[in-house]
Design a protein. Structure first.
Length: 138
């Protein structure tokens, strides 16, 4: 399975705005949390999961999300393909990150907030992998 963008949208009228994503199935979500990077120059990464899958949604601002499918968790190749996505809070777009991927997260606007949804509770499995931000070649 590959990462995919689940496109949201919005409606506006005299009352204000309604942001929605009618194609997102949240039935697998067990945990949610929010990430806010310290500034737009900081890149949070590379971190991911062999088993857990996640969904990312910008609830404020704009983000660049990069994803890599890991080939070997103990010693990954340094030249793996990097998929890149831009998501912003103007629509309720959601990126699905299947199991087997790591991510890097960069805010593109100050005070951006990213909602993360995961299909495992904290501590339910031991499945977190981290690599230095400069490990993979772009």
């Amino acid at each position: 399975m590959e990462p995919n963008l689940i496109t949201g949208n919005y409606h506006s009228d005299q009352r204000g705005f309604l942001f929605y994503n009618n194609d997102f199935d949240a039935s697998l979500v067990k945990r949610i949390y929010i990430i806010e990077n310290k500034d737009i120059d900081f890149i949070r990464g590379w971190q991911g999961h062999k088993i857990e899958q996640r969904w990312f949604c910008a609830i404020s601002g704009k983000f660049k999300i990069e994803l890599i499918q890991v080939d070997n968790w103990e010693n990954p190749s340094k030249i793996l393909k990097i998929d890149s996505f831009i998501i912003e809070a103007e629509k309720l777009d959601i990126i699905h990150i299947p199991s087997g991927y790591i991510s890097s997260i960069q805010s593109l606007e100050p005070n951006s907030k990213l909602l993360i949804m995961a299909d495992y509770l904290l501590g339910e499995i031991n499945d977190e992998f981290r690599y230095d931000i400069d490990y993979f070649k772009k």
